[in-house]
Design a protein around this ligand. Structure first.
Ligand code: ZN
Length: 356
């Protein structure tokens, strides 16, 4: 047998072996191994080609063509086998991953709104229904908005009572501080209105975080307030009382009596502490209301003429009422929560019980 014929017959044997082995492969991995075994750089076909060196110059193109035919045949067979196997494997995988949709599901943990935020939302909604607009202001304030404009001058004792967190200020700047109440929003809103050429009426509810250097069962260094005020011609204490009564009865979902006790705040005149009939004992007297039948809930009053003057509103034409309430305190009373700190510890058991 000539050299070329023996090479050809070697190639034919190789082709037959290869084709037979392809049909036996049971998965794609095995098929890939066969591809390497026969067609790879160090594969069987390459190995046979080593014999080409023994051929004459005329014979080499002939055997070259023959090799290409074998190579094409093997490649085509491999591709076809691969296609068949991949369809089969996909079908197998789908079968294995079949979902039993009759199995009862596991309940996912849902996120929800924190009880304090829930309270804020409820409160703002009640005031919005009465026509108050929601306004917000910065938590980092200056002394003008937090104190001066609210009729609390530098040496006023009320300033010391606020337990303020101050930021270090250089000499050129006014000291910055964390606002101790939401009342600065009152100043910003009124001043913003006047500065842009407007005048009252203004009816605003301003919710937000406030900061005081204080921490115990009923005090947190950060807590939430809602500031409410209305300025217009002929606004009186009667309007204040009406709004308070409607708000408190709506929030506590029962018709509660309220009473106003004379008090002192620098930014209102006259000023009144507001009590609501105890939500726990309906006025009979209990541990929570310390036997009085009343719960102190907020501070209020008629906006001091000096405050109106500080923002450029003529107090001989306009008057207004304002009050600020502690959100955590009202949420605690509504839901019978004994300790303020529960709101900030984020104990999931507490939050779940609160529906958060
Ligand atoms: Zn009570």
């Amino acid at each position: 047998m000539s050299e070329i014929d023996s090479l050809k017959s070697e190639l034919r044997v190789l082709e037959e072996q290869a084709l037979a082995s392809f049909t036996q492969a049971t998965d794609l991995l095995a098929l890939q191994a066969l591809r390497v075994q026969y067609l790879g750089k160090k594969g069987a076909l390459t190995n046979v080609l080593k014999g080409v060196g023994r051929l004459s110059a005329e014979e080499r193109p002939v055997i070259g063509q023959f090799v290409n035919q074998v190579k094409d045949a093997l490649t085509a067979a491999l591709d076809a086998a691969e296609a068949t196997l991949s369809v089969a494997e996909k079908a197998k995988r789908i079968e294995a991953e079949r979902l039993d949709i009759t199995l009862a599901g596991r309940k996912a943990n849902k996120g929800a709104i924190h009880p304090v935020q829930q309270g804020l939302n409820e409160m703002c909604a009640i005031f919005a229904q009465m026509g108050f607009e929601i306004a917000e202001g910065p938590e980092v304030e200056d002394e003008f908005h937090n104190f001066d404009a609210l009729n609390i001058p530098q040496e006023h004792p009320a300033r010391a009572m606020h337990d303020t967190f101050f930021f270090h200020a250089d000499e050129a700047q006014q000291a910055k501080l964390l606002r101790t109440h939401t009342s600065p929003v009152q100043i910003r809103t009124m001043k913003g209105c006047v500065d842009s050429g407007g005048q009252p009426p203004l009816a605003v509810v301003a919710p937000g975080r406030v900061y005081r250097c204080d921490y115990d069962v009923t005090h947190s260094p950060m807590f939430h307030q809602v500031e409410v005020f209305k300025v217009d011609k002929d606004v009186s204490m009667a309007h204040l009382k009406g709004v308070l009564k409607h708000f408190l009865s709506t929030y506590f979902e029962k018709d509660l009596p309220i009473r106003l006790r004379p008090h002192y705040f620098p930014f209102t005149e006259p000023s009144a502490e507001v009590d609501v009939g105890c939500v726990f004992c309906a006025g009979k007297g209990c541990r929570i209301c310390k036997g009085s039948g009343w719960l102190e809930v907020l501070g209020s009053g008629m906006i001091h003429p000096n405050v109106l003057k500080a923002v450029g509103i003529d107090s001989s034409v306009y008057s207004g009422f304002a009050f600020g309430l502690g959100v955590e305190r009202l949420v605690m009373l509504k839901h019978g929560i004994p300790d303020l700190r529960l709101f900030f510890e984020n104990d999931v058991r507490f939050l779940r019980r609160m529906g958060a």
